[in-house]
Design a protein around this ligand. Structure first.
Ligand SMILES: C[S@@+](CC[C@H](N)C(=O)[O-])C[C@H]1O[C@@H](n2cnc3c(N)ncnc32)[C@H](O)[C@@H]1O
Length: 283
């Protein structure tokens, strides 16, 4: 017996019920059905009674089962928007977060030369580097990343978006010559403590630990970047780091101990300390 084709509205309704554990069940269902049909959400809303063929229903079923298991929607879609840029994403790296747009805003607010040299460390999908390049086409933006698959992903995003950002595989600064060449160093490094219970919840469960977790209560990579950046910053150059909302005080102390000036933290949309920056003027 051949099952009757279900309509767009019926499929979304059924999927929404199955995805009750997701805070965005209906949106998830709409985005995933849109991906299967190659249509926008507004198409789904305009034509709710249209039938969906068996092959498409089967593909949608696979997506919904994966989402029921907790797979992030961004990984299933293979895409996430950041700074209005459609970025390809995969499980080699973090799904870019809206919070990180604060780091981009803070870097753009700096008084840098027109052709500034800027580096993004641990670039993942390339989110920060590509956002900066899209806003400041004259800047020379370099992006470094340790994971080979994430390097390929960031390179693909740069090509797709036709943004001239060079992406290089590197363990933090190791691929660079020891030279004070940058006007700004930006990074959203791993900063979560390995014992943090949030690692067992939501999308984070499916993201690589190497993109999330750092030793010393999450401070090890932040400390390393704060310590090493002065070797690569021009006098007057800035280091900008994203960190956990409870790490502001510890991160400011690390900046001050290393000798940065104008050290300050900035808050995110939820009014939590999310980024810290400092200027390097020399020893
Ligand atoms: C929190 S994710 C941020 C990714 C991206 N910048 C973003 O904001 O969406 C941290 C990134 O740093 C990379 N990473 C971790 N340790 C690194 C290291 N030692 N050297 C270079 N990259 C590293 C991870 O692979 C991951 O892509």
């Amino acid at each position: 017996m051949v099952a009757a084709p279900l309509s767009i509205a019926e499929l979304i309704q059924q999927a929404q019920a199955r995805l009750w554990q997701s805070e965005s069940a209906r949106l998830d269902a709409e985005l995933l059905l849109g991906k299967v049909l190659g249509k926008s959400r507004s198409y789904l809303l305009t034509w709710p009674e249209r039938g969906v063929n068996a092959a498409q229903q089967q593909q949608f079923e696979q997506f919904i089962s994966a989402r029921e298991q907790g797979q992030p929607v961004a990984y299933l879609l293979g895409e996430r928007e950041f700074w209005s840029l459609p970025l390809a994403v995969d499980n080699s790296t973090l799904i870019p977060r809206p919070d990180t747009e604060h780091l981009v805003e803070a870097a753009l607010a700096l008084d840098l030369p027109e052709c500034a040299q800027v580096i993004d460390l641990g670039c993942g999908s390339g989110a920060i580097a590509l956002a900066l390049k899209s806003e400041r086409p004259q800047w020379q933006v370099l992006a470094l990343e340790r994971d080979a698959r994430a390097v390929a992903l960031a390179q693909r995003n740069a090509q797709r978006l036709q943004l001239d950002v060079t992406v290089i595989q590197s363990d933090w600064f190791s691929a660079l010559t020891l030279q004070p060449q940058f006007h700004a160093v930006v990074s959203n490094p791993p900063y979560i403590d390995a014992a943090d219970p949030h690692l067992q919840q939501g999308d984070v469960r499916f993201e690589p630990r190497s993109a999330l977790v750092a030793a010393q209560q999450g401070l090890a990579d932040l400390a390393q970047l704060i310590s090493q950046a002065p070797h690569y910053l021009r006098s007057g150059g800035w280091l900008l780091l994203e960190h956990g909302w409870q790490q502001g005080q510890a991160v400011r102390a690390l900046f001050q101990q290393r000798g940065y000036t104008q050290v300050s933290s900035q808050r995110d949309y939820a009014k939590l300390e999310r980024i810290t920056l400092g200027q390097w003027v020399g020893e």
